[in-house]
Design a protein around this ligand. Structure first.
Ligand code: HEC
Ligand code: HEC
Length: 358
């Protein structure tokens, strides 16, 4: 009797201790929830897992942001008056409700013009080695100046965009607070937008939990998909925090890609023959949200995209079972989407340049 009692007490004690350990670990991994913008940040400390040697790393979850700058950047990301028509925002084509893309083959810009290329997501864009399909902008700040003045996108120009903001006292005040400068500059506009974009990361995907040793977060089929992804060679190009974005690679390594021979990719930047048809390897984070796929939007189906990659990049053919498993793995890469509190923008006044839809 005594023995049974002792065993019981030991069991209960052991359970309490185990539970406390689990609670502490989970608490350390939980991101703050009530911030009203994205979640990205620096890697959190803690036990180093064997899985830290995997070629894909979990998206960091802690923060050390300049809140005032990010709030300003968020307003600008949703600011239609940065466009000539007063109607198009960054969010028009990088919709944060739909994975940071517009889910269109090519975007619709000023005067309903269709752009030449599929819009990539802004989510996790900070993990890209450079921005745009051809990498022509070195970072998010340099990138952000592009669309404002692109005639097929927002069709404004940098002077006009700054004039609009400068005419609105609330913006003048916010810029002064953040940049300690008398006047608004396009450089600071881009800097604030880039700071906001830095927060647009998507941690806590089921795969990231697996990377942190939570085995039951992914199924056997998904695991087999990951093994195929590594063993067949997808990982050579799609790796790192973003599961892509770490290199430029030719589209058509094993077999020339024939569906679009007009878009020259990286060649436009370097003018080197070897860079013809090379593109920045896209991030595969949240890939299930961002159809259609490829720079030319040649397919709406993720399975089809996987088969095209196998054929053109690796020179192999997958059976349906293998394709399904890889797709199942890719779906585990969907993380927490940024929780955005819709920004309220200050009104225009008689000094604000008027929208122009022509
Ligand atoms: C009319 C649609 C449209 C608007 C508006 C727009 N973009 Fe884009 N964005 C695109 C397209 C299309 C590309 C790809 C262009 C290319 O690679 O040549 C792109 C590329 C990007 C990229 C690079 C992502 C990557 O993976 O390379 C970022 C970041 C980005 N845009 C942010 C912004 C910001 C910030 C704004 C607002 C200032 C904005 N965009 C406005 C359509 C748009
Ligand atoms: C040699 C490098 C390389 C290999 C290997 C590779 N990819 Fe890709 N992947 C790319 C490039 C480059 C693109 C962009 C092509 C384009 O649209 O121009 C891409 C695009 C994709 C896309 C579409 C992304 C989007 O946002 O449109 C998916 C999905 C994808 N790859 C999955 C895979 C899978 C699964 C494998 C293994 C079967 C694989 N890739 C192997 C380089 C590679």
């Amino acid at each position: 009797m005594k023995k049974i009692k002792f065993t019981l007490i030991s069991c209960v004690l052991a359970l309490v201790v185990i539970n406390m350990v689990i609670l502490t670990v989970t608490a350390a991994d939980e991101p703050p929830r009530n911030i009203g913008y994205g979640r990205g940040g620096r890697m959190q400390g803690g036990a180093v897992s064997e899985r830290s040697k995997e070629p894909i790393q979990p998206i960091p979850v802690t923060f050390d942001y300049d809140t005032a700058k990010i709030e300003l950047g968020k307003k600008l990301f949703f600011e239609p008056r940065l466009s000539k028509s007063g109607w198009i925002t960054c969010n028009s084509c990088h919709n944060l409700s739909t994975g940071g893309v517009d889910n269109l083959p090519t975007s619709i810009g000023h005067k309903w013009l269709f752009g030449p290329i599929n819009s990539p997501t802004v989510l996790n864009a900070k993990f890209n080695l450079a921005q745009f399909w051809d990498g022509r902008a070195k970072d998010l700040k340099e990138q952000a100046k592009g669309p404002i003045a692109n005639p097929m996108e927002m069709a404004s120009n940098h002077e006009l965009a700054v004039d609009v903001l400068q005419s609105i006292p609330a913006y003048v005040q916010w810029f002064k607070e953040v940049y300690k400068e008398e006047n608004i500059t396009i450089d600071n506009v881009a800097d604030a937008i880039a700071a906001f974009e830095e927060t647009l990361t998507t941690p806590n995907s089921r795969f990231d939990w697996w990377l942190k040793d939570y085995d039951d977060k992914i199924t056997d089929a998904e695991m087999e998909g990951y093994d195929l992804f590594k063993n067949k060679g997808c990982i050579i190009c799609h790796n790192g925090f973003g599961v892509g974005g770490t290199s430029f690679q030719k589209f058509g390594v094993a077999k020339p890609y024939d569906k679009d021979t007009q878009t020259l990719g990286r060649y436009n930047v370097t003018k080197e023959e070897k860079d013809k048809y090379a593109f920045k390897v896209p991030l595969l984070r949240n890939i299930e949200l961002t159809a259609p796929y490829f720079h030319d939007a040649s397919t709406w189906s993720l399975s089809e995209a996987v088969k095209i990659m196998a054929e053109y990049q690796l020179g192999v053919t997958f059976n349906d079972n293998e394709t399904d498993k890889i797709v199942a793995f890719l779906r585990t890469l969907t993380g927490d989407q940024p929780s955005i509190l819709f920004p309220i923008l200050p009104p225009s006044n008689e000094n604000t340049p008027k929208p122009n839809r022509n």
